[in-house]
Structure formats: structure tokens, C-alpha cells
Design a protein around this ligand. Sequence first.
Ligand SMILES: Cc1ncc(COP(=O)(O)O)c(C=O)c1O
Length: 374
Amino acid sequence: MNTFSADRLNFLKKSVIREIFDNAPEEAINLGLGEIQFSTPSNIVEYAKQVLQDRKIHYTPNAGLKELREKVSAYYLNKVPYENICITVGAEEAIFATILAYVNPGDEVLLANPCYLAYETIIKIAGGKPVYFNLDPCDDFSLDKISFMKKISSKTKLLILNNPSNPLGICFYTEEINYLIKTCKQNDILIIVDEIYRELYLEKRPDSFVEMEENALIISGLSKSHCMTGWRLGWVVSRNRELIDPIISLHQYICTCAPYISQKVAVYALSHEGMNSQDKIRLILKDNCDYLKKEIIKHSHFIKFLENSSSPYLFVQYDMDDAKLTRILSENGVLVIPGSAFGSKGKKWIRINYGLDKEILKEGIKRISEALRK
Ligand SMILES: Cc1ncc(COP(=O)(O)O)c(C=O)c1O
């Protein structure tokens, strides 16, 4: 920060993840990224070329092209009318706009420990207070209901969930979801669910919260499902129109609209052909996941991995301080993320991203074994 920067940014510091990448040896294999390292499917790129031929690259309505919002509505089996959808610049802008639209200074927002890092930072930018409830590492990171109840106060405004979870790769059980929905209703807490990893399931596609709760805001997008991080295309939806309107108003002043080209391409990505390509990505990730798990089991050094239900992350336990382990692995040319970067409950775990070329993954695992053998 500099002498002119706004006070609301004073708390910002370099994230642990950035620190790891900045200090990594040049030839390191990166199993730490929050991105799947495959290219966007070629049919989607070919479609984009056709769109560009038109040269009519203009603003769209603030909430997004009607044809795209209709496609997103169809994605949710028409349970959300197109008017209840705001197309955003990636899921990240959806998170930013939603938090800014709902958090007043002093409001408390419930977050899982561990969880995706950006929520905390954005809540603080809005002047809110992140309040963490525990997931239990001794019970496969299930919801600690006592901890959850204890963290609710008269200032609690929102609960933000990530389902499936980054960094855990797991979903909440139906019983946990019913409990959370019921408790939030009783305490007048608005639920926001980030479902960006929903399409990368291993066996069973998770239900969307859209189907479970009318008064929730659901965030998703194409970055992970379609390997389209660089296209910056996300959305936020709700079955309750009133909940979406403030987000659309704010989004207008953040960016006017998501990029036209990405919106047009998203219409194709959500079509039958686009979803077929998406499914191929899912299956490649599943194959990588099976491979990684077999390798981890072979290595007696690890205590266990958390049985994930979606890609691309495997959370692995090791009997050593996770920051120290991460440093040792980095010195041996392979990057992972220490679990404690996502919250204290991630201590002694590391997050491995297996969303990359299998040969590179193999080399990464080889380097991990060599480092641990030493
Ligand atoms: C849980 C979660 N939500 C949102 C995002 C951001 O997604 P996008 O690239 O669509 O902004 C990420 C990216 O890593 C993520 O892990």
C-alpha cells in the first residue's frame, strides 16, 4: 500500500499461496495452483472465432445477454427465471458484488474453517467481520454443529458455503445441509453458496442449492467446469428475484457487464456440445484423481487423504507442520499448498491439485516421494 491508498485496504497482505509461488525454484512442478491447467476445449475456441468474425462486440444488458441468462436458467432446470440471473466477470466478481451488496460495516459473516481464502478478504473490504465455524478434521471435515451454533450472534447476517469445497474437494451431507438451512432460517441469516466446482464431480453430481432453498444466492461459472478461467465468466442466481436486484445494480457500477465475447461463448459452452466437452474434462480429472490416490496409498509417509467427491483437489494428511512440509517440497521442486493457509483446521494437511497433464503429475508425485524419503 502507499500513502494515498484507502484505509480499507490497510489489512491486505501477500497471501501465503502467493508467497509460496514467488519463492519457488524456477523448474518447480506446480501442484498448488487454484486452476486446472488444461486448455479450453477446442470446439469452444472455434466457436469464439466465429463470434469474433461478426465484429459486433458491444455492451450487453448489465445483467447479461438474455440468451445466456436463458441458458443458465435451463442449466438450473428452469427453477430460476432468467430475470433472476446476473452474469458476472467470473465467480470472483459474483462473490465480490454479492458480499458488497449485503454486508454492512460490523455485520458478521459465517465461514467454514477451512475454506477458500477470498471470502474473508472481501468481507473485510466491505467492513464486515468474518466469523469461522469448525469443520472437524478428525471426522472427515464434517460440520461441527456445536461450533456453528456458538458462532451465531445478533450481528450474523450471512453464511457463505462452498459446495463442493476448495480446498477439501468434498460436499456437505444432505443432513448437514438441512440443518444449515433450518438454522439459518430460524436466525434470519442469508445463505450464499459458491458452487463453482459442481460439474467436476467424481461419481454423483451434487444437487444445487437452487433446488433446496428459495432464499439463497447461488454463485457459479465456467472457469473450473470448462477450463475457461481466462474468459472470466460467472453468475449469481436466486429463486427470489428481490435478492438478485441489488447485486445487478452494484454489478453495473463494477463493470457494466461481463465481456460480450465470453457471454456469447458461454451460450455455446452450456449447449449440448459444450457440456459434452465439459464431461471429457471431468473424466480426465477423475482418471488423474484415481492415479494420485493409488500413489498416495503406496507411500507410507502420508497418514491419509480425505476421500473427495469432486476435482481437482486432494487434501492429504502428513505428520508434520504443513508449512514446513510445503517448504521442504518446494526445495525439492514441487509446489503444494499448506492446509493451514485455508484455516487452522487445515493444519498438518496439504492441498494437491491434480488438474494437469498426467506426465507432469507423475513427475510431481515422484519428486514428493523423493523428498519424503530423504
Ligand atoms: C471456491 C472458489 N470460488 C471462486 C473462485 C473464482 O472463480 P473465477 O475464476 O470464476 O472467478 C475460485 C477460484 O479458484 C474458487 O476456488
